[in-house]
Structures are given as structure tokens and as C-alpha cells.
Design a protein around this ligand. Sequence first.
Ligand SMILES: Nc1ncnc2c1ncn2[C@@H]1O[C@H](COP(=O)(O)OP(=O)(O)O)[C@@H](O)[C@H]1O
Ligand SMILES: [Mg+2]
Length: 243
Amino acid sequence: MTTPLIECRHLDKWYSGVHALKDVSLTIRPGEVVGLVGDNGAGKSTLIKILSGVHEPDKGQILMGGAPVRLRNPKDAMRAGIETIYQYNSMVPTMSIARNLFIGREPLKASVFGFGLLDQERMRQESVQAIADVDLHLRSPDALVGELSGGQRQGVAIARAMHFKSKLLILDEPTNHLSVKETDKVIGFVKGLKDQGLTGIFISHNMQHVFQSCDRVVAMARGEIVFDHPVTETTLEDVHEHL
Ligand SMILES: Nc1ncnc2c1ncn2[C@@H]1O[C@H](COP(=O)(O)OP(=O)(O)O)[C@@H](O)[C@H]1O
Ligand SMILES: [Mg+2]
């Protein structure tokens, strides 16, 4: 058995009076793409926020590669190799695709004054490659992210995660408010994760999308995990019965 990439052990989370996570344990192995489903309020985003360092659990433990980790803030999570893409992701519309790809990780080059300067050319070249790697066809790395469609923006965010070799890529409802065509494109990116050897958690309320693009379906209801099976060993109806 390979060591799990990430393990959640007995996580509990309260928001004042709301018990949002109840003794949640989840193990994900390297290379697995897990579809996380469940009705509104089931606790999916709370679990993801704990894994991305937005919230800390009130109880329980997270292990990565078999060792306990503490994810106190989003920077900790990013350093641990966890990248999260939300429905409205963290890109800056008024900056270029190249700049957005490198947000928080800008390469510097030395200047005659001894200060680091942004290595613009390197960012342009690497971003062209990163975008081509996810099979996204964009005119120029200098185009502003604000000029891209919703699906293209998700593509750039996914390209960023792949380029920086994130260990775990989390997508929380990335297709909300996208057209059918754009949604298909994003589903294509999720399917591509496996080929790139990435591990992912894909949250969607569309069970068909999960069955098309994931290895495993995990369902949550009322703060608990109520279902966890490989997609090849279950059906849509089966999952629905457990919600
Ligand atoms: N910041 C918050 N403050 C108070 N309650 C919250 C907060 N975030 C989520 N909740 C509550 O926690 C529960 C789980 O929510 P959430 O994790 O967002 O579920 P999901 O993503 O599955 O829709 C819900 O009852 C929700 O109302
Ligand atoms: Mg949610």
C-alpha cells in the first residue's frame, strides 16, 4: 500500500452553534481524483476550507505523506502543495495571464541597483508553456485575465496549479455560472489531472460530471461522510439514496 497523500482524521468543526463537520475522516492516495458531492449545507466547503488553511478544525488531525501537518493559513497550505480553485478564483482581472500565473511566486532577476526585478520574459515564456500543457489556446500571455471567459479563467488557474506541481488540487464548484460549452472544457481539465499525475478533489453538485471525471465519489450529508466508493463500483442512483 502506498502512503496516503493526505489523511483527515476525526475532524470536527463548529461555527458558533452550527456543527458543520462531525468526525470526518478521509484518506486520499496519490494520483486519485475524488468527487465530493452533497446537498447545500452538507459541509463540503468547510472541509475544503480546512484543507486550504482558511479555517482550522476544532478537533482532529491532518497528515500529509504520513506526517501530521498544521495548516494555519492559506500560505501554509500553499507551501504544503495544496492549491484551491474556487468558483470565483483568486485571479486579478486587471493583470495579464502571465502575471496571474506567477502571483505570489514571481521570479526575480538581479538588477544593476542590486534590487530584484520581475523577470517578465521568463514569466511570459513559462506561462505560454503552462497554458499549452492544459490544452488551453489563448492568443497571448499578455492578454488581461479580465478579457477571458469564465472557463478560460479556470483553465489558467488549473495551469498555474499544474505548473507549480501542486500536490493536491481542490476545485470547489468550478463550473457554477459557466455555459455548457465552458463547463465541458473545465470537466476536460479535471479529466486531464490524472494524466498529469495530480491528485484532486472536485466538488460539484452535478453527479454526472463527477462520474465522468473522478475515480471515487464521496458524499457528505449533515456534516458527515455518508458514502465513499470507486465510481466503477457504484451508480448515480446509489449515491442519491445515501444523501
Ligand atoms: N462562516 C460560517 N459561519 C456560520 N455558519 C457557517 C459558515 N460557513 C458555513 N456555515 C454553515 O455550516 C454548514 C456547512 O456549510 P458548508 O460547508 O458551506 O456546506 P456546503 O459547501 O456543503 O454547502 C451549513 O449549515 C452552513 O450554514
Ligand atoms: Mg459549498
